[in-house]
Write a protein that binds this ligand. Structure first.
Ligand code: FPP
Length: 244
């Protein structure tokens, strides 16, 4: 292919390997999360500098509630202190802060901080950073089905009128384009219940680097790799269109 793809509009990341990174360094697992949070901040800046419009980070899955209580509390505390220390910068840097997932599962004080940050940044026009928290893609699809079924039962929608757009429009990500690129760190070839509907045509980039080692340079490599891919969207020849 002669021409490069444009910079992806939407990059989604499964930030994996914090625990293994910590073990490798002889440190506690939570230290991996702490350095991981710093990396997330670095990647947000890198995405902004590259002119990416949407960055979606898988920070805590619905399944992660099964982790030891101490680790969960540490992660909640990390998010909380991140919001305390970064709120002003998020607003100043023109970032729109967004959350997907079941935030009602999170501690009340954290929910309040998340809502405050979303409110404070909602009129910004730059990079939209979305944290997936207590997120499960199957559950997101299930909740969308319930909403659509309710509309149908109330006679607002005929079953034959339900389209792909109806489903997309009832997901948490209704106001975002689908990811163009999904990055997963730590070398696992899994999607782990993340954005299952939305990544139908995303390019996948899997690196063996653990998340705390996923620097701006590694991110740049992923974007360069994406730009060289031939995106076909199910067509037989390279195409720029987004429809299957
Ligand atoms: C996966 O590594 C990582 C998580 C479950 C948490 C991701 C959260 C962060 C990177 C922090 C983001 C927070 C802020 C405040 C920006 P793992 O623990 O599953 O690693 P392992 O598979 O090696 O055990």
């Amino acid at each position: 292919m002669d021409t490069l793809n444009p910079i992806p509009q939407h990059v989604a990341i499964i930030m994996d390997g914090n625990g293994r990174w910590a073990k490798q360094q002889g440190l506690m697992r939570v230290k991996g999360h702490e350095i991981g949070a710093q990396r997330a901040e670095e990647i947000m800046k890198a995405a902004q500098d590259k002119g990416i419009r949407f960055l979606t980070l898988y920070a805590f899955s619905k399944e992660n509630w099964r982790r030891p209580k101490m680790e969960i509390e540490f992660l909640m505390g990390l998010l909380s202190s991140y919001l305390d220390s970064r709120l002003e910068k998020i607003v100043q840097n023109n970032i729109v802060f967004n959350v997907i997932g079941e935030i009602q599962d999170l501690p009340d004080s954290l929910q309040k901080k998340l809502i405050k940050t979303m409110e404070a940044s909602k009129n910004n026009t730059g990079l939209v950073v979305t944290f997936a928290l207590s997120y499960s893609s199957r559950r997101e699809i299930l909740l969308a089905c319930r909403k659509i079924a309710t509309q149908a039962a109330q006679g607002e929608l005929k079953p034959s009128e339900i389209s792909e757009e109806t489903i997309s429009g009832n997901l948490y990500t209704a106001n975002m384009p689908d990811p163009d690129l999904l990055i997963r760190t730590s070398g696992e070839y899994r999607i782990s219940n993340f954005l299952l509907w939305q990544i139908s045509y995303a390019e996948l980039y899997i690196t063996s680097k653990f998340w705390p080692d996923f620097t701006r340079e590694e991110f740049d490599k992923a974007i360069e790799d994406y730009q060289k891919r031939e995106r076909r969207f199910g067509h037989t020849c390279a195409a720029g269109g987004g429809n299957p």
